[in-house]
Write a protein that binds this ligand. Sequence first.
Ligand code: GRG
Length: 296
Amino acid sequence: MDINKEIAYKASEADRMIYQYLPAEKGYQKTIFAAMNYSVLAGGKRIRPILMIETFKLFGGSSEALAPFVAAMEMIHTYSLVHDDLPAMDNDEIRRGKPTTHAKFGEAIGVLAGDALLNYAFETALGALTIEPDNKAVHRALLVLARKAGVYGMIGGQVVDVESEKQYGISKNRLDFIYQLKTGALIEAAMMIGAILGGATDEEVDKIEQVASKIGLAFQIQDDVLDVIGDQETLGKAVGSDEKNQKATYVIFEGLDKAKQEVADLTKEAIDILQDLPYENPFLTELLRWMVLRDK
Ligand code: GRG
């Protein structure tokens, strides 16, 4: 099967899990529900939900507690995009080919929609405790979700990113820190939670974290590359945003060719670790390759 078709099918599988947790648009506060749903339903590749489901399958998982985590993952990812697009951050008007949430609903609702998605993500994920109250893996997965999204994860990376704006002179170590946390942490959370709920051992979860960390870094470097050579229509967002915001990127540090080579090397290293595990999910391997060779 064509990988793009297969990914589209897997995304629809993830969407079925996500949609059941979206709020009904009614009540005095219905604007916030509309803004949350608008942001989540605006599109998106659903990479993190698919990574979670496929890593879960890699370990032969069968827990019913997966779905609320899949939904929570995409809500957290979407909140990060909503807030990243705000005037106080990247000030972008187009995301996923549509007006950004603040462009459509105004800045105050844009801020609140991000807050709401983050909070609702945890309300949703905590629902897994009702499904399987005695499953220790659920407790562990909740901790991973909270930590990787928080100040030791994505938010921590975003803070350093914001503070490094307009500073081409930052060190490569600082740039790696930003990428590992800002982008890598949620990809790590997605795969680790899939592994934990799927029944992986501690050692296997560590290996999955390494795979995800390398792929997360490669994914972000590819994002830098696409910001330079990508096509706005295919990407569904503005290109040249890094230059506009005077951001240090891998392309600035290493040039386009070396950045592309770095993507290829990290991907190979990640796939080697994955293939060293005594289980197989050929689709997951293909997905990792596709993620970093993507043009959108
Ligand atoms: C605001 C706390 C906070 C964090 C923001 C994720 C993020 C941190 C910023 C978004 C900007 C950016 C370039 C992030 C790098 C990660 C990345 C490439 C996100 C886009 O993810 P995709 O390609 O998006 O999976 P879709 O739209 O397909 O879901």
